[in-house]
Design a protein around this ligand. Structure first.
Ligand code: KE4
Length: 452
């Protein structure tokens, strides 16, 4: 009798061990094989550094398919996905209307190198939704959008200097890779090699949220600043939400000095509201950059402003900017199908679902011994592994990125995929339901427990 009790106990212990061991070790054999192969042809095995999992000391999972809130890797592992292709997939993966729009358009051709009606439809929706935009120009990426917006500010004002903020990431134009966020911070090269000093001589750095650091620059260069570019809610230090007064003061200062205020809403445009941060906070910039969501998962960027400012852009004006695939029918059809499904009801759903998830995670953090806190707005948030509130680049850099990496890997092993870097935003989509929220909270609970 005693022996059999002991045996059952022993068996139970072994099972627990196996269970925790299998939970501790994802089967990623195929992804590892593909990553090895990819590294023979693709730099770092990836086409964008943040996907490499370097920041979380792992090797990237190769994805085979995705549907709704779920993503599946080549080893058949299934995850609740909160990367959402870094923002574009506000409706979740393979939304049926987006996929059928792409299929229908593709059957009529993929790119005409000539205008098509779909470009007008998307432009009309953007103009109708975004307060600062009366005319828009499509590009193929957020980087092209910000690069063109800065060229436009310089062309329109005749000034050369640009103010950017430490920790903000606006894609990789040479002169903006100065204390940039996102992958530039993750990989410790916020000011990248390969950019001649002369290219960044006209880039002035200010501190996010610190209006005095901006005033000082305008005092030093009173008449030669073309504009300020900012992520009006930052996603690339992780999520940092400024005071509304800070954005209003930027508007006041640029107006006073005849400079232009550029909101880089590549991430926040149509994410936080149909009209982005400028609608939500009521501070209207001179130029707005868009991307991600307006392409519905296909390559798109855009920049827009008043008719008066956009008149500078070729072929109406002298400032040159172009793109072989700008406004191509496929990307326009995916973007249009996405934007058409966004309305006040979808944003309410996103806010409520995200709030439920974040409240649950905050409760888990409060009961754990881990130093962590969350910044959240709308359907984006970041769990910062630090005890301090993160309000700017300096405070973001105080995060324990190793702990974030361990948390990320625990989450993966519990079936949830967060962005593989501390300095990114988590995105909730309309396809995430209570079921995924509860599963995610369970995974977060287990992941925090393993961190202790
Ligand atoms: P793209 O050139 O990557 O389309 O957009 C550049 C860009 C511009 N502005 C903001 C506010 C952005 O967030 C981005 C790109 N975001 C990163 C993630 N934080 C893209 C992910 C990646 O680099 O692979």
């Amino acid at each position: 009798m005693i022996f059999s009790l002991f045996f059952i106990h022993f068996l139970d212990y072994r099972l627990k061990l196996v269970h925790s061991y299998t939970l501790m070790k994802l089967n990623n054999k195929t992804s590892k094989r593909l990553f090895k192969k990819a590294q023979n042809y693709l730099v770092g095995g990836v086409n964008s550094p943040v996907r490499s999992f370097n920041a979380v000391q792992g090797s990237p999972l190769f994805i085979s398919k995705a549907k709704g809130p779920y993503i599946y890797d080549e080893d058949g592992n299934k995850f609740i996905d909160y990367i959402g292709s870094w923002g574009p997939l506000i409706l979740g993966h393979s939304d049926k209307d987006v996929v059928s729009a792409i299929k229908k358009t593709a059957s009529k051709g993929t790119s005409y190198g000539a205008p098509c009606e779909l470009e007008i439809e998307v432009a009309k929706l953007v103009v109708k939704s975004v307060p600062s935009i009366e005319k828009v120009r499509m590009t193929n990426s957020g980087t092209e959008a910000t690069m063109s917006a800065i060229r436009l500010a310089r062309a329109y004002t005749g000034n050369d200097y640009i103010v950017k903020f430490e920790g903000c990431y606006h894609g990789h134009p040479d002169y903006l890779l100065v204390k940039a966020g996102s992958g530039a911070t993750t990989f410790g090269n916020p000011s990248s090699p390969g950019v001649p000093k002369s290219f960044t001589d006209k880039t002035l750095l200010a501190k996010y949220g610190d209006i005095n650091s901006v005033e000082k620059l305008f005092k030093k260069y009173p008449d030669n600043i073309a504009g300020i570019i900012i992520e009006p809610v930052c996603g690339n230090m992780g999520v940092v939400v400024p005071e509304k007064k800070f954005l209003a003061d930027l508007k006041r200062i640029t107006k006073k000095h005849k400079s232009l205020l550029i909101f880089d809403e590549v991430m926040t445009g149509f994410r936080l509201d149909m009209g982005g941060v400028q609608k939500r906070f009521g501070v209207i910039p001179d130029i707005t950059c868009l991307g991600k969501i307006i392409g519905g998962g296909l390559p798109v960027g855009a920049y827009g402003a008043s008719k008066k400012i956009m008149k500078m852009v070729s072929p109406e004006g002298p400032m040159y900017q172009a793109g072989t695939l700008s406004g191509n029918p496929l990307a326009m059809s995916a973007g249009f199908a996405t934007l058409k499904k966004l309305n006040s009801k979808t944003y309410k759903y996103l806010e409520d679902t995200t709030a439920e998830l974040v409240d649950g995670i905050e409760d888990i953090i409060s009961k754990s011994r881990i130093d962590a806190n969350i910044n959240q707005i709308g359907s984006m948030f970041t769990i910062f592994f630090t005890k301090n509130e993160v309000v700017n680049y300096k405070s973001a850099l105080k995060c324990d990125t190793k702990k974030y990496g361990a948390f990320f890997k625990n989450l993966l092993e519990n079936g949830v995929m967060f962005p593989p870097s501390q300095f990114e935003a988590v995105f909730v989509s309309t396809s995430h339901t209570k079921k995924e929220v509860n599963k995610t909270l369970d995974a977060v609970y287990k992941s925090f427990k393993d961190l202790n």
